[in-house]
Design a protein around this ligand. Structure first.
Ligand code: NOJ
Length: 562
């Protein structure tokens, strides 16, 4: 019998604070803005908030470059605001999971400022410094050909000590040296400090990248979103470090821990999220959101094939059954909006996609605005983008002549992380009610139609649909079946229909999602055939069950089949 745990029974809501709600009119979301919206989250029915980083940061990568782990970013408020947020959230039954960004710091973190100051500084070995290799120019070439996830080399030349430092992300995000026990001590102390404050867990940024290869040598390929994952991910000591973290910090508290594990395989996930609990509770894998990549890496516009999606998600469902725990997500602050990617921007397709995900086994994550069916944004020219990944890629690929500007811009419009970062659409007042000032990034013009105020009390809205999905999982007679039941895919080769069965103690649920804009017939072919059915939810009124289901475009239905 599978072990029960609160984090398996939770639904997590991710907040990207910069874009959620601005309380002071400076155009940037903040902690007091979040406080003012806690009731909204209670209404939605989630019980955990994952806060993208709120720590002090020069914002080269919107807070994923931290200069002080124990202070709040000025634009977001103060530590007193954070403490108030935490206690108000707890009073409302909401837990708070912090983003933990410890693969790298900001180059403005005092550790790095010291580290770069001289070769014999005590903090020198907190980061990864290497001599260059002989080159033809005025300075040596980088130690290896490794690429940064944000374009260009992963090595930055530092003129003061005439050495290179490693940065798998921007040059303002130097990678920490986890080999150094003092680094681990500092990080574990800091985590302990937040736990003692009462936070409820950690989402660990690119945690699969903390252990670097034993030998630094050129890789055959060095591009891609996360560089060459054989170089950057699942390094030789990553499990040792996480087990140490677990022993020294995590096991002392009752936390939700989720690793952002770029490049993770099923076999690695079974270690990171092992059922014995020696590392983390669960991982984010990314294969399913990379299926629409191509020769141009991330910057392509291939359709997301339903068949490939089913195959991939099913692989993860089956492989982790009983041995580890899945997290379920389609959106986050790094992904374009799923309703524009897998759906057709319509509310009905948003509900269909949500149904497909929320009945699977694992802990679901809802990213701000997903519950409203927020779509990709028509940004227009490159000047309207803010994201370092998109801007660097545009510059590097057009300046090198590798891509033609308008074609690349088209791909950036489709895939840019900024699609997820436009202001949360609260109502139809200027700037979607996000700010009274000038927002730091443009507001999606469709906020007049798509916004929370228009949806909260409308029983047919995407919001109400999410609310129902969440309440089925968290507080219905089907709760155990949805959380702990087994998963079996039906009709793997069907190009449009994603259908599956969940089963626990002889009770079965049938989920059928027509992920296409075509009317379809579908015979689930259940064995044994159901004698009786009960509809749990549908985005298409009250459909009747029959051996051959007639599905309208984007129809999604879930039944108990007895
Ligand atoms: C993954 C985060 O989700 C992303 O937003 C960030 O840019 C990189 N890690 C670097 O911290």
């Amino acid at each position: 019998m599978e072990k029960h745990a609160w984090w398996k029974e939770s639904v997590v809501y991710q907040i990207y604070p910069r874009s959620f709600c601005d309380s002071n009119g400076d155009g940037i979301g903040d902690l007091n803005g979040i406080r003012s919206k806690l009731e909204y989250l209670v209404r939605l029915g989630v019980n955990v908030i994952w806060l993208s980083p709120v720590y002090r940061s020069p914002n080269d990568d919107n807070g994923y470059d931290i200069s002080d782990y124990r202070a709040i970013m000025d634009e977001f408020g103060t530590m007193a605001d954070f403490d108030a947020l935490l206690s108000e959230a707890h009073a409302k039954g909401l837990k708070i999971v912090m983003d933990l960004v410890v693969n790298h710091t900001s180059d403005e973190h005092p550790w790095f400022v010291e580290s770069r100051s001289s070769k014999d500084n005590p903090k020198r070995d907190f980061y990864i410094w290497r001599e260059g290799t002989p080159g033809n120019g005025s300075r040596p070439d980088p130690p290896t050909n490794w690429g940064s996830c944000f374009s260009g080399s992963a090595w930055e030349w530092d003129p003061r000590t005439r050495m290179y430092y490693l940065h798998f992300f921007s040059k303002k995000q130097p990678d920490l040296n986890w080999e150094n026990p003092s680094v681990r001590n500092e990080i574990f102390d800091m985590m302990d400090w937040w736990c003692r404050k009462g936070v409820d867990g950690f989402r660990m940024d690119v945690i699969s990248m903390i252990s670097k290869p034993d030998i630094f040598e050129d890789s055959p390929t060095h591009g891609g979103l996360y560089g060459d994952s054989s170089v950057t991910c699942n390094g030789p000591r990553v499990h040792q470090y996480l087990q140490e973290m677990n022993r020294r910090v995590l096991s002392k508290y009752d936390l939700l821990t989720v690793g952002e594990t770029a490049g993770v395989t099923v076999e690695e996930a079974q270690k990171y999220a092992n059922a014995g609990g020696t590392e983390l509770n669960m991982v984010f894998q990314f294969e399913h959101v990379e299926l629409d990549g191509g020769a141009g890496g991330k910057w392509t516009r291939n359709p997301l094939s339903v068949r490939a999606l089913k195959e991939n998600l099913t692989k993860w469902q089956n492989a982790l059954e009983g041995s580890a725990w899945n997290s379920l997500f389609l959106c986050n602050h790094d992904q374009p909006r799923i309703v524009s990617r897998l759906g057709d921007d319509s509310p009905k397709s948003a509900k269909c996609v949500a149904t497909m995900l929320h009945f699977q086994k694992g802990t679901p994550y809802v990213y701000q605005g997903e519950e409203l069916g927020m779509t990709n944004c028509p940004f227009g020219p490159i000047e309207n983008y803010r994201d370092i990944e998109s801007l660097n890629a545009y510059r590097e690929l057009t300046e090198s002549g590798l891509r033609e500007a308008s074609e690349l811009l088209d791909c950036i419009a489709y895939k840019s992380r900024d699609n997820a970062r436009t202001p949360m659409q609260w109502d139809d007042s200027p700037n979607a009610g996000f700010t009274t000032g000038v927002p730091w990034i443009m507001t999606n013009p469709n906020y007049r139609e798509i916004n929370a105020a228009a949806q909260i009390d409308n029983p047919d809205s995407v919001f109400s649909y999410y609310r129902r999905l969440i309440s089925l999982r968290r507080g219905s007679e089907w709760k155990d079946l949805i959380v702990y039941g087994t998963y079996a895919l039906l009709a793997p080769d069907d190009p449009d229909i994603y259908a599956y069965v969940r089963e626990l103690h002889g009770r079965r649920l049938l989920i059928v999602c027509n992920l296409s804009g075509k009317a379809r017939e579908f015979a689930p072919g259940l064995s044994p055939a159901p004698a009786e059915t009960r509809l749990l939810i549908s985005n298409s009124g009250t459909p009747l069950f029959s051996p051959v289901l007639r599905l309208s475009p984007w129809e999604a239905d879930a039944w108990e089949v007895c």
